[in-house]
Design a protein around this ligand. Structure first.
Ligand SMILES: Cc1cc2nc3c(=O)[nH]c(=O)nc-3n(C[C@H](O)[C@H](O)[C@H](O)COP(=O)(O)OP(=O)(O)OC[C@H]3O[C@@H](n4cnc5c(N)ncnc54)[C@H](O)[C@@H]3O)c2cc1C
Length: 315
């Protein structure tokens, strides 16, 4: 089959890996400028140097054996490493969080910077409409975008799938990215739940980074929801103040401070794994079907790709 996947985050790419292994042709469209999705990395030019921040997922767990085998390959290829500061089974991408997704995308036909505005179906098959054109027909279509966006695509074709997506609506997360001239006097490289902070980490201390004293600070869910429409400047200031309140000793000069609003950050998940409508040849995968973690998003995509591969073999 010729399969189109909307969204080239870790779930869409995990599905693509399985489909390709089963002999299908896969084309992915992603609106992002580069690979990562919610595992993306923000790069900032400052004083002739580039800073980077893992401003989405902070680390990932490796508990499933199938995922472990893949992560071992990533480790051997230098795109993932353990990061004990976040826990015994915590891993990060190296040299940046988006490295594993970039690595996965390299093996596929992925069109980045392509925002899909509609998914339609006629007698010839599935078509994707972009802002400036249309692609298709494809024999099958996979929706691998966050729940809120998935609901909009699925609603025109399968109301049950759309209802599942509506039930998995996400929490927002305001995230600050901060660089200091010198070390901030906080002994641990990560901490959780302090005032308005849900999580904070010395990003530059992760393996493979060379950014000096950089921090990523996430507001906890309820604060992010209450302050969702605040300006990025106000939020950056509030999260910087909260971080400094946790530090001791003299405060180093701030080189950079900005905030990013993730409107759809953490989904509660609907625990269905993945969805596949064989009659329509329409599928859905992503963290919203398995749980709000990188590993679970990968498992959802892997599960869907395996399911379609075996359905096609049986037909
Ligand atoms: C702030 C934050 C912190 C997190 N921390 C952790 C953590 O520490 N550990 C952990 O395990 N998980 C964490 N997560 C969750 C984790 O990042 C996600 O569960 C996982 O990355 C989801 O992968 P996905 O492929 O399902 O979705 P995504 O990564 O969101 O991929 C979906 C892709 O679809 C694309 N897309 C969306 N709409 C369209 C469209 N219309 N057209 C084309 N493309 C489109 C997007 O650009 C994106 O690349 C965090 C998430 C956030 C936001």
């Amino acid at each position: 089959m010729d399969v189109v996947i909307l969204g080239a985050g870790i779930a869409g790419l995990a599905c693509a890996d399985q489909l390709r292994a089963a002999g299908h042709q896969v084309t992915l469209f992603d609106k992002g400028r580069g690979p990562g999705g919610r595992m993306s990395t923000r790069r900032v030019d400052l004083d002739g140097r580039q800073l980077q921040f893992d401003h989405g997922a902070q680390y990932f767990t490796v508990r499933d054996d199938r995922f472990r085998r893949l992560v071992q390959v990533w480790e051997a290829q230098g795109v993932a490493s353990r990061w004990h500061a976040a826990g015994e089974d915590a891993w990060v991408g190296t040299p940046a969080m988006n490295a594993p997704v970039r690595h996965m995308a390299e093996g596929h036909r992925v069109h980045f910077g392509h925002h899909v505005v509609a998914l339609t179906r006629d007698v010839t098959g599935w078509h994707v409409r972009l802002q400036d054109g249309q692609h298709g027909p494809f024999h099958a279509a996979i929706v691998a975008v966050p729940a809120e966006q998935a609901a909009a695509f699925l609603g025109a074709h399968d109301l049950m799938m759309a209802a599942d997506a509506m039930a998995a609506r996400s929490q927002p997360c305001w995230t600050a990215m901060i660089a200091f001239e010198d070390r901030l006097q906080i002994p641990a490289d990560s901490f959780r739940q302090h005032g308005i902070i849900g999580w904070a980490a010395r990003d530059g201390a992760k393996p493979g980074r060379q950014d000096g004293e950089t921090w990523v600070v996430q507001a906890h869910g309820s604060w992010s929801r209450t302050h969702l429409e605040d300006t990025a400047e106000d939020v950056a200031r509030a999260l910087l103040d909260a971080l400094l309140a946790h530090a001791e000793g003299p405060v180093p000069a701030v080189r950079y401070c900005a905030a990013h609003r993730w409107r759809f950050a953490m989904t509660p998940g609907v625990d269905k794994g993945a969805l596949w409508n064989e009659a329509l040849r329409l599928g859905a995968c992503g963290d919203w079907l398995q749980g709000p973690r990188v590993e679970l998003a990968w498992l959802s995509g892997h599960r869907l790709g395996t399911m379609i591969g075996s359905a096609a073999a049986a037909a």
